[in-house]
Ligand binder design. Structure first.
Ligand code: PEP
Length: 259
């Protein structure tokens, strides 16, 4: 089973989505490793596309930078053309795997039940799932944000033991903020993170919410990171577009100062 992931130091995870070949990924990871120096103040994970996992793993070896994948199939092996399993990701050196990203929920039809199966598969295979939850713009405008977040958290965590739940990370990613340049206000993010924690307390065990890392994702960049990390509720960030360039991503990491 995956090991527990603490709230501190903050975790900055770069979700490269469908960008970077194996060679390009290796170059970017190498640049980042060079920028790290000895002043790292946060944990860093890079989540390249599958074909770049191996070259990125080689590029970051010995740096303390973690490797993550963007998705996994719930089954460990079998006749699932095009899919990649947890044991394969562990074998290439992944510590993390993103599950339930909105681009998969809303763009590729993944429902809550499938996201829950993927999170359990990650835990079974020794990976730390980064469980993405978040409302669409129409859900927010209709006053449904809390219902969506509670439903998505319940779907994954109901039935999980406390030790399993402690080996996960949650990412609150309002869908309307992903790749749009719109960032949730500190108040919106704080409210959502607190609701996630309270739901974890209710669904799994009292006190769990306070011990789990809850990241924020949605248009985080080098310019807005410092202001976002002024909010103590943010235990890190899941960064998409701004993780594709070393200097900018490094500035985000540098802004995630210890609390
Ligand atoms: C993401 O893909 O999880 C994300 C937050 O993307 P961006 O930072 O580009 O909004």
């Amino acid at each position: 089973m995956a090991r527990p992931w603490p709230r501190q130091p903050r975790l900055i995870a770069g979700n490269w989505k469908m960008n970077k070949t194996a060679q390009e990924g290796s170059a970017l990871a190498g640049q980042l490793k060079g920028l790290l120096g000895t002043t790292r103040r946060c944990e860093i994970a890079l989540c390249p596309p599958y074909p770049a996992l191996e070259s990125v793993a080689a590029a970051v070896r010995g740096s303390g930078i973690h490797l993550g994948a963007q998705d996994l199939h719930p089954e460990p092996k079998g006749a699932f053309t095009g899919a990649v399993s947890g044991p394969m990701l562990s074998a290439v050196g992944c510590r993390f795997v993103i599950v339930g990203h909105s681009e998969r929920r809303h763009g590729m039809g993944e429902d809550d039940a499938l996201v829950a199966r993927k999170a359990r598969a990650a835990l079974r295979d020794g990976l730390t799932p980064i469980v993405c939850v978040g409302e669409t713009l129409s859900e927010r405008e209709a006053g449904g944000t809390a219902d969506v977040l509670v439903r998505q958290v319940r779907a994954v965590y109901e039935g999980l033991g406390e030790a399993e739940a402690r080996a996960t990370v949650v990412a609150y990613e309002p869908v309307w903020a992903i790749g749009t340049g719109k960032v949730a206000s500190l108040e919106q993010a704080r409210e959502a993170h607190q609701l996630v924690r309270a739901t974890l307390d209710r669904v799994v065990a009292p006190g769990l919410g306070q011990s789990l890392a809850v990241l924020y994702g949605g248009s985080v960049n080098a310019e807005n990171a410092a202001a976002l990390f002024g909010e103590a509720e943010l235990d890190g960030a899941l960064v998409g577009g701004a993780s594709l360039e070393a200097a900018g991503f490094w500035r985000i990491c540098a802004a995630a100062t210890p609390r």
